[in-house]
Design a protein around this ligand. Structure first.
Ligand code: TYD
Ligand code: MG
Length: 459
């Protein structure tokens, strides 16, 4: 009988190496190899798959004859989740829900089970049944059709599925599932991938939607989500700042629809609450008449969001280099824009500390926020508040020119809906029929002129 063997598996791509190395030779990722024990007697995944493939062999057919009626998504009862999934969960589909510990994955899924019209099974491989019940009580999710199984051993879970015959199954989390047949440590790449494979086959065989929870750490170090992405149909990411109530849900892979939709939730005392009107939420605490504050219509996927940018500048006296601090913005983008303001508009940014943040815990990655950010810096430097009914968007180039951005009509429609009167937009933007004043500008300088802003002379 062969002995157990020590191997090193890449937590990014799952490749197996006989020796440890700083870099995975298969995918090139650094510091991703983790120690694992391999049992040569354990059946490999391929043979397990073959053994489980009791389903009859597929037959080829004309593409037009493929029946799609049973692949229609079924609403989950949670609007913001349905939005991201393009209507709901498709029978037989496997969805991976990733996110940092404590972000609210278990909460979201318990609420989903409670809202599902039919029998459901929650497999808790991390928390005891008592813990889950207590949380469910807080969420109002204690329902006769919701079955709970605190179990980590996969074959036992399969058996429970036979007995209960649920219409939706949640595995929380896939990292804590173990299959004794796989002969590797719990949480190892081999286990996580092997268990996921089996669950995928089970989902297809039963035509049952399954959601797997996967933890990711800030460093992405844990075995799991990366290697699972290939196995599942849909990958959802649950994100947010721990100290903010806002949670964002988006799809990074979706075999049944687009990945551009964004779901928004707010973590409140009784669980997660959908946020159908995020712009109103972000602007709720806004105070007008403060220098350095600018409202921008930005886009998250397809969803327009009206957010407030705030900038504070403070003159540095000594020779120490000025500080740059950002929250919710790309720091290199801010540095670039400050260089443009310094070189093209002669603004004394190099003698000022600059603090920039997006209010409400959102992260902005699209270049459409450039013009708004420049105007916020200019407003702060000149101690000159922006007019409260003005918004601005546009990409700023290295020459200080304002460039076109996508989805102009959506941004302007959101601007009008929230009662703003004027939008500063790139000169080449398409014509949009909205009931607000649209000011077209070619450069940051033109935008300043249109707003009567002076900034601060170099000195
Ligand atoms: P949880 O769903 O356990 O996160 P995950 O499964 O992603 O690890 O959520 C944990 C956090 O959510 C916890 O810190 C407390 C908070 N929370 C609320 O604020 N309200 C609630 O009703 C619940 C259930 C949790
Ligand atoms: Mg959890």
């Amino acid at each position: 009988m062969a002995r157990l063997r020590l191997v090193y598996n890449c937590s990014e791509c799952g490749a197996s190496h006989p020796k440890w190395s700083g870099r995975c030779s298969a995918c090139g990722a650094w510091n991703t190899l983790v120690e694992d024990v391999e049992d040569p007697n354990a059946p490999d995944i391929a043979s397990l798959a073959a053994g489980l493939a009791l389903v009859p062999a597929a037959t080829a057919q004309r593409i037009g004859e493929v029946d799609t009626s049973h692949a229609a998504p079924r609403s989950t009862g949670i609007d913001e989740l349905d939005r991201v999934l393009g209507g709901g969960l498709v029978p037989g589909s496997v969805t991976l829900l990733g996110g940092e510990p404590g972000i609210g994955k278990s909460t979201l899924l318990l609420q989903t089970l409670a809202a599902w019209p039919g029998r459901t099974l929650y497999v808790s491989a991390e928390e005891s049944a008592q813990q889950v019940r207590m949380r469910a009580e807080r969420l109002g999710a204690v329902r006769p059709d919701l079955w709970l199984l605190a179990e980590t051993v996969l074959p036992h879970v399969m058996k429970a599925m036979d007995e209960i015959e649920p219409e939706l199954v949640i595995i929380d989390s896939i990292q804590t599932m173990v299959d004794p047949e796989l002969g590797s440590a719990p949480g190892s790449v081999v286990q996580v991938r092997g268990c996921a494979h089996k669950l995928v086959m089970e989902a297809k065989r039963r035509n049952l939607p399954v959601i797997l929870v996967g933890h990711v750490t800030k460093e992405g170090g844990l075995a799991g989500p990366r290697v699972l992405e290939h196995v599942v149909d849909t990958v959802l990411q649950f994100e947010g700042e721990r100290h903010h109530a806002l949670r964002l849900l988006r799809a990074s892979k979706h075999r049944f629809g687009p990945t551009t939709e964004l779901g928004l939730f707010e973590m409140v005392e009784h669980g997660l609450r959908g946020v159908p009107d995020p712009s109103a939420l972000f602007l709720a605490d806004r105070q007008t008449g403060i220098a350095g504050s600018v409202v921008i219509p930005t886009l998250e996927g397809q969803r327009p969001l009206m957010v407030e940018l705030q900038v504070l500048t403070s003159a540095v006296k000594s020779d120490t280099p000025p500080r740059r601090s950002v929250q919710g913005l790309d720091p290199t983008r801010l540095s670039m824009l400050l260089a443009v303001l310094s070189q093209r508009l002669r603004q004394p940014v190099s003698q000022h500390d600059v603090y920039a943040s997006v209010v409400g815990g959102v992260k902005i990655t699209e270049p459409g926020s450039d013009l708004g950010l420049c105007l916020a810096v200019l407003s702060a430097l000149g101690h000159q508040p922006m007019r409260p009914d003005v918004v601005a968007f546009g990409e700023v180039g290295l020459g200080g020119e304002v460039r076109q951005v996508s989805h102009v009509s959506r941004r302007l429609a959101e601007t009008a809906r929230l009662g703003f009167g004027t939008a500063i937009v790139p000169a080449k933007s398409p014509d949009v029929d909205v009931d607000i004043k649209v000011v077209r500008v070619n450069s940051v300088r033109e935008a300043m002129k249109a707003l009567g802003m002076s900034g601060k002379a170099d000195g």
